[in-house]
Ligand binder design. Structure first.
Ligand SMILES: NC(=O)C1=CN([C@@H]2O[C@H](COP(=O)(O)OP(=O)(O)OC[C@H]3O[C@@H](n4cnc5c(N)ncnc54)[C@H](O)[C@@H]3O)[C@@H](O)[C@H]2O)C=CC1
Ligand SMILES: O=C(O)C1=N[C@H](C(=O)O)C[C@H](O)C1
Length: 252
């Protein structure tokens, strides 16, 4: 039997971290060697002999955590949202010094969400209008969600690539925020509702028809297969991979 992947989880007492602790502990090819919460020293990761790190913390600490791991030659799977372009560029510079290390930053680990985002980017080149609505539990820290930002960016890139003009909108805005936030020109609306977990709709419209692409995560278990896949594949994907789709053969 091959050596198990030795995993340290950061943010282990949070909603996602606790689910990841259970998922990694139950995986026969993995060994959970460290579970860190806020205030724990990062040196616990190396003291425990981890080869892989899972970061499920908060935007303020994620970059420092992942940089610490990469500088010590550890692979990382990052679910924390809020990584912007300059942060990813800084991480790529660090990875340049450690070319054998693989880091996956995935705004969403649920397979259905990854597929829905890909479908949305594809469909967005065929419709005049497109808007994103994300709906989450009210304890979520950030808005809009990382998934919504990534979806809007991919939609915008696909439309630019296909030469599709900006979506028509003649609205006079009487109140700030009434039309959501623009991400790369795509309106994104964030709903926070007790009882929800993580949900997203992409609305696409043209004269006489509309298409709605909706994904629902009903529980944090939906994200665990993606995290385990990331841990199994990070070492064979050196450098920075942004989006779980980079590890999947979606065939389009
Ligand atoms: N990529 C994906 O599929 C998903 C990503 N997320 C993202 O994961 C992150 C965590 O989400 P939740 O678990 O719901 O939040 P949470 O608030 O329940 O958990 C975050 C945990 O991280 C801890 N923490 C903060 N700084 C830390 C540090 N430096 N070291 C160790 N622990 C630290 C906090 O004390 C807390 O326990 C968020 O950014 C969220 O958007 C959430 C669900 C799915
Ligand atoms: O905080 C959450 O819950 C989630 N965060 C991620 C995001 O911001 O996109 C993924 C999923 O939507 C759940």
């Amino acid at each position: 039997m091959s050596t198990p992947i030795k995993v340290a989880i950061l943010g282990a007492r949070g909603r996602m971290g606790a689910a990841a602790v259970d998922a990694v502990s139950a995986a026969s090819d993995m060994e959970l060697v460290a579970a860190l919460g806020r205030g724990d020293q990062l040196s616990k990761i190396t003291d425990a002999g981890a080869t892989h790190v899972v970061d499920l913390t908060v935007p303020e600490s994620s970059e420092a955590n992942v940089t610490f791991a990469v500088e010590r030659g550890l692979h990382a799977v990052v679910g924390t949202t809020g990584w912007d372009e300059p942060q990813r560029a800084r991480l790529e510079a660090v990875l340049g010094q450690h070319p054998e290390v693989g880091v996956l930053i995935a705004p969403n680990f649920a397979l259905g969400s990854v597929l829905a985002t890909s479908f949305a980017a594809k469909a967005a080149t065929y419709f005049d209008s497109v808007e994103v609505i994300e709906l989450h539990h009210p304890n979520k820290v950030d808005a809009p969600s990382g998934t919504a930002i990534r979806t809007a960016e991919l939609i915008a890139a696909a439309r630019r690539g296909a030469g599709v003009p900006a979506a028509p909108d003649a609205t006079e805005k009487l109140l700030d925020g009434a039309r959501g936030a623009l991400v790369d020109g795509v309106p994104v609306h964030a709903v926070r509702l007790r009882g929800l977990t993580a949900h997203q709709e992409v609305l696409l419209g043209s004269e006489g028809e509309a298409l709605t692409l909706r994904h629902d995560s009903f529980g944090h278990s939906s994200f665990m297969p993606g995290i385990l896949l990331g841990l199994r594949q990070a070492a064979s994907h050196p450098g920075l991979s942004y989006g779980l789709d980079r590890y999947l053969d979606l065939g389009f």
